[in-house]
Design a protein around this ligand. Structure first.
Ligand SMILES: Cc1cc2nc3c(=O)[nH]c(=O)nc-3n(C[C@H](O)[C@H](O)[C@H](O)COP(=O)(O)OP(=O)(O)OC[C@H]3O[C@@H](n4cnc5c(N)ncnc54)[C@H](O)[C@@H]3O)c2cc1C
Length: 438
């Protein structure tokens, strides 16, 4: 069997890339090991850049119909559980985009939307319950997990989109060095009060609860625990878990209690790695296969979408211009690597800021978040950087303002100034408009 581009892994990254290629009439085959919806929680928060990408892929209406938009993130610091809270708010509304908000959507619903749209194109082939077993040059051996029948697929390009454990990455002999953290998360979705519509991050100096509203009056939650504490916690009655949440957020009384069993609650072990190599010969890696990020800033799924979009545009141009030299794939890491490294750095910093259980750390975090909200440039930079729309690094000067050593800046950026901070078409697709492709 032949296809132009073979994608191993039908997660969000593989499906975004597959859809993009199908829209360019490129014959693309996506194989997915699972027979149907995955049973574990994964990323659900879409950042503005991902919404722009889904607009360009013709699925934005479906995404909106199935999602819950969040324009503000409320950061609430409790001195002690149940004591008076200090608030700050970070808002997407200041961003120069048609989509100045994030959006929560069930992971499997988003995958269905992308796959169904892909299936509208005759050049899109999706095979569920099929595992990519072996790679040899341009030939991949896949196995139907039900019949055990093996098929060889020959392709021009092979993309590894298998998530953390990647056959393609192994074949490319690309190593990743995992960094673990001193904490884990419990994560679970349950019914929410109707009026809980904003994202909330509630912290004390030693605990952290993130609440992200989903459609249909549900909320996805993440609760930080010290690494290794899960086993001890699980031995306690489930009411102990309810108590932890209600102490941090009394509004959840009557809602979190609807979780009847520890089985519903998933342990999430954060880790990070960033491979040196994204591309080798006619192979490329996207999403979690090439980088995994601490989930604190809600970037994992967005980074996979952004990889799929940039690599997809590049492959579309290569086929359009008939320039199929694999050396052209190097444009993809040229665009993505620095951006990924920056987002990983931001997520890592957020993880550090929230995970050290000492009062002075909590105090400093609260003060600097409040100053960050009030300092127009810091606020803008933070939201821009997490949105994926642009990259504007924080300087020592910004940090000194946030730390209270320099005065807060009140002047907002003009629309013109903001427009110079977002990625331009030339930065997203630097190979376009030149004789750059070989
Ligand atoms: C348990 C867990 C919880 C997470 N929670 C969050 C969160 O709360 N917030 C957040 O931002 N991010 C979270 N993430 C990260 C986020 O979900 C990922 O960054 C994102 O899903 C990456 O997309 P992907 O397409 O690269 O990989 P994946 O979503 O992992 O998709 C890879 C797909 O490839 C398939 N596959 C693997 N090997 C093969 C093979 N050999 N042949 C065929 N198919 C194969 C897998 O079945 C899977 O469907 C979580 C990740 C995990 C693992």
């Amino acid at each position: 069997m032949k296809t132009n581009v073979f994608i191993s892994g039908g997660g969000i990254g593989g499906l975004t890339l597959g859809l993009k290629l199908a829209r360019c009439n490129i014959d693309v085959t996506v194989v997915e090991r699972l027979p149907g919806p995955g049973s574990v929680y994964k990323g659900e928060l879409l950042q503005p850049k991902s919404l722009e990408i889904f607009d360009s892929l013709g699925v934005i209406d479906d995404v909106f119909q199935n999602g819950h938009s969040i324009s503000d993130l409320e950061l609430i610091e409790l001195k002690r559980a149940k004591s008076k809270a200090e608030h700050s708010t970070m808002s997407y509304s200041i961003l120069p985009t048609p989509y100045p908000f994030s959006l929560m959507i069930h992971h499997e619903t988003l995958k269905d939307i992308l796959r169904q749209k892909g299936e509208e194109y005759p050049s899109f082939h999706y095979r569920a319950n099929t595992v990519c077993k072996k790679i040899n040059g341009h030939t991949v051996t896949v196995e139907d997990r039900e019949t055990k029948a093996e098929t060889e697929i020959h392709s021009d390009f092979i993309i590894g989109a298998e998530g953390r454990s990647s056959v393609t990455r192994d074949y490319m002999e690309v190593d990743v060095k995992e960094k673990k953290y001193n904490h884990h998360f419990l994560t679970v979705t349950f019914p929410r009060p109707m009026e809980m519509v904003k994202g909330r991050i509630i912290s004390t100096y030693q605990s952290f609860l993130g609440l992200f509203p989903l459609p249909d009056n549900e909320v996805r939650s993440v609760y930080l625990i010290p690494a290794g504490e899960y086993k001890t916690l699980r031995k306690k009655p489930i009411s102990e878990f309810h108590k932890l949440y209600i102490e941090m957020c009394p509004d959840l009384d009557g809602y979190v209690n609807q979780i009847e069993d520890w089985k519903k609650i998933q342990l999430m072990v954060p880790l990070k790695y960033h491979a040196e190599t994204y591309v080798r010969d006619h192979f490329a890696l996207i999403g979690d296969a090439v980088h995994t990020v601490h989930p604190m800033a809600g970037e994992g799924m967005n980074m996979a979408i952004q990889d799929g979009s940039i690599l997809g545009e590049l492959l579309c141009d290569m086929y359009k211009e008939g320039k199929l030299n694999p050396a052209n794939l190097e444009w993809y890491p040229k665009v993505r690597k620095k951006r990924v490294a920056h987002q990983m750095h931001l997520s890592h910093l957020s993880a550090l800021v929230y995970s050290y259980p000492y009062r002075p750390v909590g105090w400093l975090r609260n003060k600097s978040l409040q100053r960050m909200e009030r300092d127009s440039i810091s606020h803008y930079k933070q939201m821009l950087n997490i949105s994926g729309l642009g990259m504007w690094r924080e300087t020592l000067y910004d940090r000194m303002i946030q730390g209270g050593m320099l005065p807060i800046r009140h002047d907002s950026l003009t629309d013109e100034e903001k427009s110079t901070t977002t990625f331009t078409e030339n930065q997203d697709y630097p190979w376009k408009g030149k004789e750059a492709l070989q």
